[in-house]
Ligand binder design. Sequence first.
Ligand code: G3H
Ligand code: 13P
Ligand code: ZN
Length: 284
Amino acid sequence: MGLVPITDLLKDAQKGGYAVGAFNCNNMEIVQAIIDAAEAEKAPVIMQASQGAIKYAGLEYIVGMANIAAKNASVPVALHLDHGTDFAQVMKCIRYGFSSVMIDGSKYPLEENIAVTNRVLEVGRAVGVSVEAELGKIGGTEDDVTVDERDASMTDPEEAKYFVEKTGVDALAIAIGTAHGQYKGEPKLDFERLEKITKVIDTPIVLHGSSGVPDEAITRAIELGVSKINIDTNIREAFTGGAREAIEKMPDEIDPRKILKVAKEQMEAVIREKIRLFKSSGKA
Ligand code: G3H
Ligand code: 13P
Ligand code: ZN
């Protein structure tokens, strides 16, 4: 199977009452951990590349690894651009072979966000690439731009309705109290707001900043209609935690493969847990 867009994956998730995990990848070990976890759980999966991943690995490596992963996988695999910054970057990713893109116009006023999303959608529709947009500002560190959590504004349900009417976007990222990165305290999600949003739009909803959100809150969010859940920080923690543990246990080891094997096993375990929590196990 080749890389697939996320449109059908998310529609099936909406119908089936589960969410598809969208896991950030930065190198080969992370790609392998994501694919091995998805295969073991027989789950559809989204691999996504952030701005940091593009800078670190380069688009060609990312697309190359994702293509090989998807070709050999028995589960549907999408390669998605995470927080695409502008029209030009999104076009470049489509040309390199991403099957799905996010255009993050949340930094713009509403009408500008709608306009840039529509430009991307016109191309996405023409070439069969799905498009995610963002409405409201998700707190924490967002790619190169640090959004002060205090200023982070939540998604307005009426605005969401208007945004979807004006764009018909394939997936919508919303701000309901989650933030990127490690939480200092326990995040409190605004479920009332989420419920209001899912009542007025049918578009699949994306939850960003989902690492560190308590399991019960994730379950509730899925029950209320979230169908794509982004996880990055928990994978980073598992990678570095595994590598540290291996180095401590084998201080004289000079073979990086022996260190990274442990990192990979720990990432795979975390990703499998998430897939089960998202109820997408067995849905491939
Ligand atoms: O969007 C959130 C990701 O965790 C971005 O992180 O650009 O540092 O890879 P990164
Ligand atoms: P976390 O790093 O908080 O899991 O967020 C990931 C994310 O939202 C990527 O877009
Ligand atoms: Zn995000």
